[in-house]
Design a protein around this ligand. Structure first.
Ligand code: SAH
Ligand code: SF4
Length: 353
């Protein structure tokens, strides 16, 4: 891979048109190229059959298609979750997951190699920060998943995308927003804005920025605790952006955009799953248009917690609903046999290496 060449996956449609126009090529070629990239998932210039040779030659001299090679590919035993370990040009590895169990295909993509935020239960956090991904590397993950969907004999298009893979998307804001804009283009992958969700650990300036820039994609906030002390023990960056500031930013987001927020809550046995915790979340989120996604912990080797199972998880959900009118879901733990929790495949491979 020649990193000095422009990665076509990093360009917005306008930028691609401008690039080809600068070289004296017609907008027809730019439109054709966009289709090759995002509807036919061409990975090489040789595949761009009906582009004139002079266009192809110029493209291959000065640009590249940043396809990410697959280092490992695992399917859950029920076949609904497909997890890919993808190699970056500099040897880093990231994870992307294709989930099909909702009946609609969802891509879960990474925004960074590793993560600087250090949440204690998270495999990516335990790995530490490696680097930001480029917009092209984020787009390439979605293209990979979309291509895999097609090749499995399923004509269905990618419907949803969540930034819930490795990394903290707000820490790599520009690249994440650029990638979402590219993936939303209707002539390409064409994801609807309300089918893209950015999940943040609670980076307050990022939440405020998303609101002030009126970004059209959804926001999920990883809460995990409704009091500062419990939260700071799980999420160290709560020290930097305390709970009251986080809730202030969430209110600002909801009021500015008139949109609801999803709150994520990793259920850890005996740590944040009691009835008291459930009441505390209910009180904390009162008045906010919110939905809570409860995720039983995926155990990781670096953390001694256990997932909340069965009745305590149902009790948590019941309290939110019956006492506070808060809708919630318990996310199915399918794919756990292939370590489909955040960062778990990459770190398992690193241990094997
Ligand atoms: N950095 C962002 C997005 C990636 S993590 C964030 O933290 O929100 C996506 C979600 O997976 C977060 O809610 C995170 O708390 C959760 N998560 C991470 N490790 C987990 C684990 N081992 N078990 C269950 N959920 C986990
Ligand atoms: Fe980073 Fe999110 Fe993992 Fe926390 S949970 S360490 S923010 S990837």
């Amino acid at each position: 891979m020649d990193a000095s060449k422009t990665d076509l996956y990093s360009l917005t449609p306008v930028e691609l048109h401008l690039l080809l126009a600068r070289w004296g090529f017609s907008p027809v070629h730019a439109r054709r190229l966009w289709k090759y990239l995002y509807l036919e998932f061409a990975g090489t210039f040789g595949g761009l059959r009906d582009l004139p040779a002079r266009v192809r030659d110029r493209l291959s001299a000065d640009t590249r298609i940043g396809v990410l090679p697959v280092a490992a590919d695992t399917r859950s035993s029920d076949g609904f979750t497909h997890k890919y370990l993808l190699s970056l040009g500099d040897g880093e590895r990231i994870e992307s997951v294709l989930m099909r169990y909702t009946g609609r295909a969802t891509a879960c993509v990474s925004s960074q190699a590793g993560c600087a935020m250090g949440c204690v239960f998270c495999a990516t956090g335990q790995m530490g920060y490696r680097r930001h991904l480029t917009a092209g590397e984020i787009v390439a993950q979605a293209v990979h998943v979309a291509r895999a969907l097609g090749s499995a004999g399923e004509p269905r298009r990618l419907r949803n995308l969540v930034f819930m893979g490795m990394g903290e998307p707000m820490h790599n804001y520009e690249a994440v927003m650029r990638a979402s804009d590219i993936l939303r283009d209707p002539a390409g992958i064409g994801l609807a804005s309300n089918r893209i969700t950015l999940s943040t650990v609670g980076v307050v300036p990022g939440i405020r920025r998303m609101a002030d820039e009126a970004r059209p994609i959804h926001l999920a906030v990883s809460l995990h605790a409704a009091d500062q002390e419990t939260r700071a023990a799980l999420v160290p960056v709560a020290g930097r952006w305390p709970l009251d500031e986080l809730m202030g930013a969430c209110r600002h987001y909801c009021e500015t955009l008139r949109r609801r927020i999803f709150f994520e809550w990793t259920l850890i046995e005996g740590r944040n799953d009691s009835a008291d915790h459930a009441h505390a979340v209910g009180r904390l989120l009162r008045g906010l248009p919110a939905q809570v996604n409860l995720i039983p912990l995926n155990p990781t080797p670096g953390y001694d917690g256990e997932p909340t199972r069965g009745e305590p998880a149902r009790r948590f959900q019941r309290i939110l609903g019956e006492h506070y009118g808060l809708p919630s879901t318990v996310r199915q733990r399918r794919g756990i046999d292939i370590a489909a929790g955040c960062g778990q495949l990459a770190s398992a491979r690193a241990r094997e290496a």
